[in-house]
Design a protein around this ligand. Structure first.
Ligand SMILES: NC(=O)c1ccc[n+]([C@@H]2O[C@H](COP(=O)([O-])OP(=O)(O)OC[C@H]3O[C@@H](n4cnc5c(N)ncnc54)[C@H](OP(=O)(O)O)[C@@H]3O)[C@@H](O)[C@H]2O)c1
Length: 263
């Protein structure tokens, strides 16, 4: 079970309160993973270090197994690790064939942080799942485009959590295991990268703002108002390829959608 700290709750007292409320609303006694949703470096006087410290201290209470971050650029990761010595378990960042996010992935791996690819299917953009390269590999392998894209992520060692409201698609997405893409197929999909032009931000202009600009948040009150508007439903995320910290088998992950899509 994963949830995220929203941008309006970065002050240490708010971190603790928000975590308590998250558990209460989920009816749980423990979370597997709690993430800082965005670094929001233009807010809180740029102090996301105190936020990170407060997050890491939650583990001591026994109600949280591990902590991570989301949308952290290399400089944000470098800063929290240098300041606290505590390495996040996960960095949840945008990665898909049209935005391979090499810098974000490399920085995460350099610190030993697992990359969790958000929007792993490119947010379901038809143009990605209909891409001729993806379709060609899918046809050769007798798989769907979605399975090919998810397989590509898994072979790169990333955690994936595609979102679907359709049971048949969830089942389809879970079948990204049990076959292997060749190095040529992997390279062909790697070659689809469009850099910044391939980001969801560039594609839609409203989803996933640039974290370097503060995650699109104008003021803390925006988030509080927003949190009241968005119902706390949880979406099923299909598969998590990364072993849990105690080495157990992959853990299914539930993800709080109170986040990027609506920001
Ligand atoms: N940390 C962040 O800032 C951040 C930002 C963006 C997203 N996220 C999270 O990342 C997770 C997934 O990302 P996402 O929802 O943006 O995009 P995604 O998982 O890449 O794509 C989801 C879209 O793909 C469609 N889809 C799913 N499986 C499919 C299949 N087999 N065939 C065809 N279409 C399929 C879904 O449609 P249907 O639902 O209609 O099936 C939905 O429209 C979500 O939990 C989201 O909250 C996090």
């Amino acid at each position: 079970m994963t949830s995220k700290l929203s941008n309006g709750n970065h002050r240490p007292d708010d971190v603790r309160r928000s975590f308590d409320e998250t558990l209460k609303r989920l009816g749980l006694e423990q979370l597997d993973l709690f993430l800082i949703h965005w670094p929001v470096p233009t807010l809180y006087d740029g102090d996301y270090i105190s936020t990170w410290k407060a997050m890491t201290e939650l583990i001591k209470g026994g109600r949280l197994r591990t902590v991570g971050v989301s949308n952290f650029q290399p400089e944000h990761l470098d800063r929290i690790v240098a300041a606290t010595g505590v390495v996040p378990a996960v960095n949840q960042i945008e990665v898909h064939p049209y935005f391979t996010n090499d810098a974000g992935c490399a920085a995460s791996m350099r610190h030993g942080v697992a990359v969790e690819a958000h929007s792993p299917l490119g947010h379901g953009q038809a143009r990605l799942l209909d891409d001729p390269v993806i379709r060609r590999v899918a046809a050769v392998r007798d798989k769907t485009s979605s399975q090919i894209v998810l397989r590509w992520h898994l072979q790169h060692g990333r955690i994936v959590f595609p979102k679907s409201v359709h049971r048949e698609r969830m089942e389809e997405n879970l079948k990204a295991f049990g076959f292997e893409l060749s190095s040529d197929e992997m390279a062909a999909i790697d070659g689809l990268d469009r850099g910044e032009k391939g980001t969801l931000r560039a594609a839609s202009g409203h989803v996933c703002r640039d974290p370097r600009e503060g995650g699109g948040l104008r003021a803390n009150t925006d988030m509080r108002a927003f949190a009241l508007r968005v119902p706390s439903v949880f979406l099923l995320a299909s598969a998590c390829s990364h072993p849990s910290s105690d080495g157990a088998s992959p853990i299914p992950t539930l993800v709080d959608p109170n986040g990027c899509d609506a920001l």
